[in-house]
Design a protein around this ligand. Structure first.
Ligand SMILES: Cc1cc2nc3c(=O)[nH]c(=O)nc-3n(C[C@H](O)[C@H](O)[C@H](O)COP(=O)(O)OP(=O)(O)OC[C@H]3O[C@@H](n4cnc5c(N)ncnc54)[C@H](O)[C@@H]3O)c2cc1C
Length: 421
């Protein structure tokens, strides 16, 4: 809908950060300032609805700095310290969403429903008088003497201060787009290279295809040439194209980063029995070789899922499954054990922004005040959420950044308007 309007605070982007910011700002304004959200899609919060597969992993009780990344990894510290995961729970409880902290630190709404989180946020925003301007794509932003003039698909808006919460390029079907960065880059802000994070990984599929659909609790490491870049233990899912599952997605940003640089060879190394030590594994393999009547096809049955065991044997060079296990020599067992704890699979890339949950890279945080999230280049212009070059690990860290940055920017916008009174 085309629209013309004048506001004290205009938030561009009605996603997680934008919605939260509208509530924080309207609460602090106590009716003194008008607050509006411009959202290009027909509805606000579409990506929020998809979070946690519809369950919304709202935060994490261990939202510490090492879980965040960017060109300036220290940048989010002040903002995250100013709004902790406890503050997130208190905020959501204040709008009717009870939270629960799981043993692994992940925080969810008790009702495990992202739709309920969005409903409660919208109800609160409405009750505070926040105006939702949907189907309003902001295409340009011009600084004027007393504020900003914004060009949209249909009409013009004016606002005294502006908060950019346009998100990242991940998941275009949910509103992700690289275009919105230009709202900031047009006024001189730098954008760091973008690459997908929390994303599935494509590999050589020669052996992977035959274990499609199998899930294992294993350890995965990504190696560039022989250098170990990252390692994670947890669930891994074998797919048609390569590897998925929480453990893979958690460290996938290393693959996308390598993919854009195109330097060296990337390998995934799988340890399929991370909780078994070498001696116990060798002892188990030796026991198997004295089991009468068994052939290679069943050597690993009972140790690994049968189809997976056979695939590991093939990848280690054992193709004759009719061979009696009694024919195996100790050096064969050493090779097989090495295949089980160090199965090397060539990585070819990531599944891209279309499947990614988060964008790594974004607007360079060097251009923003780390306390207020106000631009150092354009006074009165603020940014929060994924549009900035801050990305978190999988586990509620990205939403925590969205809430915390929305809080910091809202507080600072109100303080700025108060000084201008
Ligand atoms: C499938 C999926 C699952 C996820 N699960 C989790 C999870 O469980 N926990 C977690 O912490 N994180 C999760 N994330 C990541 C998390 O959703 C994002 O990091 C977070 O939503 C970012 O908030 P944001 O407000 O910055 O951006 P968004 O929520 O993406 O909102 C940006 C909004 O801006 C709008 N917009 C863009 N450009 C314009 C413009 N020019 N004019 C007007 N409007 C515009 C977009 O339409 C969009 O609505 C998930 C992401 C995906 C895709």
């Amino acid at each position: 809908m085309a629209s013309v309007g004048w506001y004290d605070i205009l938030i561009i982007g009605g996603g997680s950060a934008g919605l939260a910011a509208s509530i924080f700002a309207a609460r602090s304004a106590k009716g003194r300032y008008s607050v509006a959200i411009a959202e290009k899609q027909p509805r606000v919060g579409r990506k929020l609805l998809a979070t946690g597969n519809g369950t919304c992993n709202i935060s994490n009780s261990a939202a510490v700095m090492k879980r965040y990344h960017g060109n300036h990894p220290e940048f989010p510290q002040i903002v995250l310290e100013g709004f902790s995961s406890e503050d997130t729970c208190a905020f959501f409880e204040s709008i009717g969403v009870e939270c629960t902290v799981r043993a692994d630190g992940r925080i969810y709404p008790l009702c495990v429903q992202s739709g309920a989180v969005l409903d409660c946020m919208r109800l609160e925003a409405q009750s505070l008088g926040v105006q939702e301007l949907c189907e309003l794509n902001v295409t340009a932003l011009h600084k004027e003497k007393n504020g900003f003039r914004l060009a949209t698909g249909g009409g013009k808006l004016f606002s005294r201060v502006v908060l950019i919460c346009t998100g990242g390029a991940a998941s275009p079907s949910l509103g992700g787009s690289a275009e919105a960065y230009s709202l900031l880059s047009a006024s001189g802000h730098t954008r760091t290279p973008l690459f997908p994070s929390i994303v599935q990984v494509r590999t050589d599929t020669q052996y992977i295809k035959s274990v499609k659909g199998i899930r294992v609790d294993a350890r995965i490491s990504f190696m560039r040439n022989r250098e170990r870049l990252a390692s994670e233990k947890g669930e891994i899912l074998f797919t048609e194209y390569g590897l998925s599952g929480p453990a893979v997605m958690q460290i996938s940003r290393h693959v996308s980063d390598w993919e854009r640089r195109k330097q060296g060879k990337m390998t995934a190394v799988l340890n399929l029995l991370p909780d078994m030590n070498k001696e116990n594994l060798m002892a188990s393999l030796r026991r198997r070789t004295i089991m009468q009547g068994r052939t290679m096809g069943d050597l690993l049955t009972g140790l690994l899922q049968k189809r997976l065991g056979q695939t590991v044997l093939r990848a280690a060079g054992f193709h004759d499954f009719n061979l009696p296990v009694t024919a195996l020599k100790d050096n064969d067992l050493v090779r097989i054990a090495a295949g089980i704890v160090g199965w090397e699979i060539e990585v070819t890339g990531s599944q891209g922004f279309g499947s990614a949950q988060v964008t790594a890279g974004g607007i360079d945080t060097d251009d923003f005040n780390p306390m207020t999230l106000e631009s150092k280049l354009v006074p009165g212009l603020f940014a929060a959420g994924e549009v900035l070059d801050v990305d978190g690990d999988c586990g509620g860290f990205n939403l925590q950044w969205a809430w915390a940055s929305a809080y910091a920017a809202s507080k600072a916008m109100i303080a700025l308007l108060d000084t201008e009174k």
